[in-house]
Design a protein around this ligand. Structure first.
Ligand SMILES: [Zn+2]
Length: 255
């Protein structure tokens, strides 16, 4: 059994509201999927798909850093009410963080949105799913005063040094996806520093399809290729990688 800890099958990239892609994943042995929200416009689709697979889909609620726009404060209020009303089960706050790769003009608003959502995590005692792109310094600075945060740096693509910096203050997991299968990636060299006990597998579907599917629309069923590649790099069996990363995901997200 494999768990895809980061996938967005509910987005409009998928036919049938993501039902078919989710079904294919389950058939391929990816029996659990964590689906983080993107913006307030994607919440209904996320709820709708999750309701069809109550044993397989776990939701995370949050506002993605690239979606922080003029109305982010009212967006966060809406999300806060969803977290408070308890009608849906969310296993994490996410995805949240900062992205200064696409757009630096909203850096201050992104910082504020991130910090407000860290408060949601504290209030609801939930782990966080962090999206950090060209922004690790700022992300760690904002997290610094919060000593008991737990969560994952999703789509981790940093160096061994970044792993050490993150671990100095926080006991976090690292989400590794199809990037590890790309020829031009050094991520395989960082895997020993992460260690199997802090590794989570993810696809980040519909993005970043792994080799040999690179360039296509990604989906959770392709996680088999990522798990196989990581097992190869670390000199482990795929069963071993599947077993430990599943335990890691179950433990972090209380599945
Ligand atoms: Zn994502």
């Amino acid at each position: 059994m494999l768990i895809d800890t980061h996938t967005h099958h509910y987005l409009s990239d998928y036919e049938n509201g993501g039902y078919d892609a989710t079904h294919r994943a389950i058939e391929a042995g990816v029996s659990r999927m964590i689906m983080p929200n993107v913006n307030v416009g994607t919440i209904d689709a996320l709820h709708g798909l999750a309701a069809k697979f109550p044993d397989n889909i776990y939701m995370a609620m949050g506002l993605h850093p690239t979606e922080v726009g003029d109305n982010y404060l009212s967006d966060l209020e809406y999300i806060s009410r969803l977290l408070d009303d308890g009608k849906h089960r969310y296993v994490a706050i996410g995805e949240i963080g900062m992205d200064l790769y696409w757009d630096k003009t909203r850096e201050q608003q992104q910082c504020d949105a991130f910090e407000r959502q860290l408060q949601f995590a504290v209030t609801h005692n939930l782990p966080i799913i962090i999206h950090s792109r060209d922004a690790l310094d700022r992300v760690l600075e904002i997290m610094q005063p919060y000593k008991n945060l737990r969560g994952v740096f999703h789509s981790f693509g940093g160096s061994s040094d970044d792993v050490a910096r993150i671990r100095r203050d926080h006991d976090f997991y690292f989400g590794v996806n199809g990037i590890v299968t790309f020829k031009n990636s050094n991520l395989r060299d960082v895997l020993p520093d992460i260690g199997l006990d802090r590794l989570l597998l993810e696809t980040d579907s519909p993005y970043l399809a792994p080799v040999p599917m690179r360039g296509r629309r990604n989906e959770s069923a392709y996680m088999v290729h990522i798990a196989g590649h990581i097992a190869n790099c670390m000199g482990l069996t795929i069963d071993n990688v599947a077993r430990v990363t599943t335990l890691n995901a179950n433990s972090l997200f209380s599945l």
